[in-house]
Design a protein. Structure first.
Length: 88
C-alpha cells in the first residue's frame, strides 16, 4: 500500500493482486474503512471489482462514496473510490 502526496486528498494505492484471494476482502475493506472523508483508495485488482461497489452501497449507503473505473481489464482493473462521508 502506498500513499500519494501532492493533492488535497490523501490517496492510498492498494494493489491486491499479490494478496491471497481469501485475504483480499478484508484487505480492501480495511483500507477503505481507514480513509477519512475525502480520502481516496486507488485499487488495483485482477478481476472486475463490482462486488466492492455493491458491498459499499449495501453497507455504507450510496451517498457515502464515489466509485470510478480507471481501467477495465481484461487483465487489470483499476478503480478510484472516494469516501465522501463517515459512516458508523
Amino acid at each position: 500500500m502506498a500513499v500519494e502526496a501532492g493533492s488535497a486528498a490523501v490517496v492510498t494505492v492498494l494493489d491486491v493482486r499479490p494478496v491471497p484471494p481469501k485475504h483480499r476482502y478484508d484487505t480492501i475493506m480495511g483500507a477503505y474503512e481507514a480513509l477519512l472523508p475525502g480520502g481516496v483508495l486507488k485499487l488495483v485488482v485482477d478481476h472486475d471489482p463490482k462486488c466492492m461497489y455493491y458491498t459499499l452501497r449495501a453497507t455504507q449507503g450510496e451517498d457515502a462514496f464515489r466509485f470510478e473505473y480507471l481501467e477495465r481489464g481484461p487483465e487489470v482493473w483499476r478503480v478510484r473510490v472516494e469516501k465522501t462521508a463517515e459512516t458508523e
